[in-house]
Write a protein that binds this ligand. Structure first.
Ligand code: ATR
Length: 290
């Protein structure tokens, strides 16, 4: 079902980012609006760093219903919003903004989207032990989400150790969870034991992303085990080398499509107040990925 018309009552949402040319969000959201017959449209907005304040002012001035915010604006956007929910403040990043009559409220649906996606794979974060690879924006959202959901212990490995240390300290201070940083070089050695003990392992670095599909974090296949969930936030390719190894070792695996889908579904519900048509959105993502 496509949209039949754009008229004087059409509500506009979109995504602010740089780059935005390859985003799958317009396809996902417009398919959802079409399926429910909602008079909304979702557009890409290419916004350079220096134009962010003007773009946010534009969201108010033009009366957009809301926006998604992506790289490189997720952290920078916070001071321009009227209100930021606690979870997004703890993460220090906003990916969804709702415009309520000119009052802009920021959310982080990456975190809720991640939890929803892993719940679908049967993972219960309560009292779990987790390993997170990477210490960038995605790692921060995942770590805070897990900590707030009751994960008992989180081990963070990152190539630049100081970033892992900073992230671990900040997440521990913000949530009270036990979060520790470990050197990347330990991954093939002591890190393998931590991975074996973890209920969930989340790969958030760009290693293995298209077109560098041969790359993977240095985790030996023997480190993985049956009964654990191994997640890669990458969705292109659909199965990274990292996930292939984990699957060979008998672990359950999940790529980044679920997180992308459910962060979108949560944003959709915030903007429209309607339950998101998840199956339609998933299908649109799959078509978008070819
Ligand atoms: P995102 O917001 O997607 O998490 P990011 O903030 O740029 O992106 O973080 C990228 C992550 O991938 C970082 O953890 C980065 O490690 P550094 O902090 O050392 O830069 C990690 N990364 C990127 N290329 C890598 C590589 N070749 N080897 C190991 N880690 C890599």
């Amino acid at each position: 079902m496509g949209r039949s018309r754009i008229d004087g009552k059409t509500r506009v949402v979109g995504i602010l980012g740089d780059p935005v040319a390859h985003t799958l969000s317009p396809a996902m959201h417009n398919a959802a609006f079409g399926a429910l017959g909602l008079n909304f449209v979702y557009l890409p907005f290419h916004v350079r760093r220096e134009e962010l304040p003007a773009a946010v002012a534009g969201v108010r001035a033009l009366g957009l219903a809301g926006v998604n915010v992506t790289v490189p604006h997720k952290e920078a956007v916070l001071p321009y919003l009227d209100e930021v929910v606690e979870e997004a403040r703890l993460i220090g990043a906003v990916n969804t903004v709702v415009n309520n009559k000119g009052r802009l409220k920021g959310y982080n649906t990456d975190a809720t989207g991640f939890l929803k996606a892993v719940a679908e794979a049967g993972f219960d974060p309560k009292e779990a032990a987790a390993v997170v690879l990477g210490a960038g924006g995605a790692a921060r959202a995942v770590s805070v989400a897990l900590a707030l959901a009751g994960t008992r212990r989180i081990a963070i490995f990152n190539r630049t150790h100081s970033r892992a240390e900073t992230l671990a300290e900040e997440v521990a201070a913000a949530t009270g969870a036990r979060v520790m940083a470990f050197p990347w070089e330990e991954l093939p050695k002591c890190g393998a034991d931590l991975i074996g003990a973890a209920g969930i392992v989340v790969q958030t670095t760009s290693l293995g992303m298209h077109p560098e599909e041969a790359a993977a974090p240095p985790v030996p296949e023997e480190a993985f085990r049956k009964g654990q969930l191994v997640v890669d936030v990458i969705y292109n390719p659909p199965q990274t080398r990292f996930l292939r190894l984990a699957e060979k070792a008998g672990a359950r695996t999940q790529n980044g499509l679920g997180m992308l889908l459910y962060q979108g579904a949560a944003a959709f519900e915030l903007w429209t107040g309607c339950e998101a048509p998840v199956a339609v959105m998933r299908e649109a993502l799959k078509i978008g990925l070819g």
